[in-house]
Design a protein around this ligand. Structure first.
Ligand code: GLN
Length: 447
């Protein structure tokens, strides 16, 4: 009732939820109450969750923030969704996001932009903007978002929350509408590190439905006991000393590094000369994968179909032109171009090679250090509409988050103060593959 009341009061303005399952949630809450009384209840009993509009929840609408899936309902539960339900979580609604997860501000949605609950007309961050603002404004306790290049961490950073992208393959992607399949990860957005750890414990683990998912054992993430007293931490010199950083973000990051030193950790700068390749690699490979993944939306099998077409090809064209937004069309065209016969080697193959180099270099750093840290984003949340006209400016905001997806490693954004106008600043910590337990314990200890 508390969360539904907040949704009633705030959602019209903030636009975080696109569907609210009020009656169903109240009924489920009564059932959970009974279970608790009987002493037999799941790990998430009573946890009120929202899910991003990219996750399939049986018999509920799912549309990836897109008109192309208008009227479509999921026929099954995605694995992560099934697992939270099995542990008695209550799913209160479906959350706004950038179309197919393509965006950094949640302004690229068929449902309109999401507003940050802090500041004057500021963006929420994207693409899981609805998922972040819903937690920020107490419209649910926690959310499940997705992160292909920062979409959990960036909105968490912009909204003063904890956002975790697990290791690629830690969480099954079954029932997650694909953007770029070799990058996509489901991750929690929460107020505390503890809630993040509890959720990861529930959603992680092997799954017959996803052949890429890891069979590695799921650890007791929520214990939150750091293994070491003192950690070796590296920060990317290019990221922290960069000219492009908003001064308050820089100051807050340096203050955090000083704090870590004062706590007895070793903190050293490392050079990452490949940093200039992060964004081109990410945007070549993700657009390639998305152009292929989105080819299934043709007006035949799902959701929306344009009216008045007399033959098949015209129907495909009209449907896709009318339903996909500009940014999504741009990415489909770019992806189709880099995969085309004459350019495949020049762009796609080359980007795969660079991906490998970035991975090898990152792995080699993480052999010597426990964690790699930097600000989550170069700036705090800016005004709605400020960067929509210039996609390159928008993409530059992803500079620090995409690395974790390019290399498949876990990374978290935790709150690190705010700027002069009260907008939250995020601090990102990346760890080696499957080191979520240490990553969460350390994050909790330094918050
Ligand atoms: N902003 C990035 C993009 O637009 C990341 C999105 C995501 O992680 N889904 O691709």
């Amino acid at each position: 009732e508390f969360y539904l009341k907040n949704i009633d009061e705030k959602n019209l303005k903030l636009n975080a939820f696109v569907s609210v399952y009020a009656e169903e949630s109240l009924q489920k809450a009564d059932e959970v109450d009974l279970k608790i009384k009987s002493g037999n209840y799941g790990k998430l009993a009573g946890m009120v969750l929202g899910i991003k509009d990219l996750l399939c929840y049986k018999d509920h609408p799912v549309s990836a923030g897109s008109k192309i899936l208008d009227g479509f309902e999921a026929q099954f539960n995605g694995t992560a969704v099934q697992r939270v339900l099995d542990e008695d979580a209550i799913i209160i609604g479906r959350q706004n996001c950038d179309e197919f997860g393509m965006g950094s501000t949640n302004e690229n949605s068929n449902f309109g932009p999401v507003l940050n609950a802090v500041g004057d007309h500021r963006v929420a961050g994207g693409s899981s903007g609805g998922s972040a603002v819903a937690v920020q404004a107490d419209m649910c306790l926690a959310s499940l978002g997705t992160d292909t290049g920062g979409s959990v961490r960036m909105p968490a950073g912009f909204c003063g929350l904890v956002g975790l992208k697990p290791t690629y393959s830690r969480v099954s992607r079954w029932g997650l509408i694909a953007y770029a399949s070799s990058f996509d990860c489901i991750g929690p957005i929460t107020k505390s590190v503890e809630d993040s750890a509890i959720l990861l414990e529930v959603i992680a683990g092997s799954d017959e439905q996803d052949s890429t998912v890891s069979t590695k054992e799921v650890e007791a993430y929520s214990e939150l006991v750091p293994e070491k007293k003192s950690y070796k931490i590296a920060y990317l010199r290019e990221a922290v000393e960069s000219e492009g950083l908003q001064p308050e973000v820089k100051a807050a990051t340096i203050a955090k590094l000083d704090f870590l030193k004062s706590q007895g950790h070793t903190v050293e700068a490392v050079d990452f000369p490949l940093i200039k390749h992060f964004l081109p690699t990410y945007y070549i490979l993700t657009t390639a994968e998305s152009s292929s993944n989105l080819s299934r939306f043709d007006g035949v099998k799902y959701g929306f179909r344009a009216a008045n077409s007399k033959e098949l090809i015209t129907m495909y064209k009209k449907t896709r032109s009318e339903a996909f937004r500009n940014e999504t069309r741009r990415r489909i065209m770019l992806g189709t171009f880099v995969l085309s016969a004459s350019y495949y080697d020049a762009y796609y193959t080359k980007a795969q090679k660079v991906r490998r180099l970035v991975k090898e270099y990152t792995d080699s750093l993480l052999e010597n250090y426990d964690f790699l840290v930097c600000p989550t984003t170069p700036t705090t949340a800016y005004k709605i509409g400020e960067k929509t006209a210039d996609p390159i400016q928008m993409y530059l905001g992803d500079l620090f988050t995409v690395q974790a997806n390019v290399v498949g490693l876990p990374a978290i954004s935790i709150p690190n103060g705010e700027d002069n106008e009260g907008m939250p600043i995020g601090f990102q910590i990346m760890a080696g593959a499957f080191q979520e337990k240490e990553l969460l314990a350390f994050s909790n200890a330094i918050l």
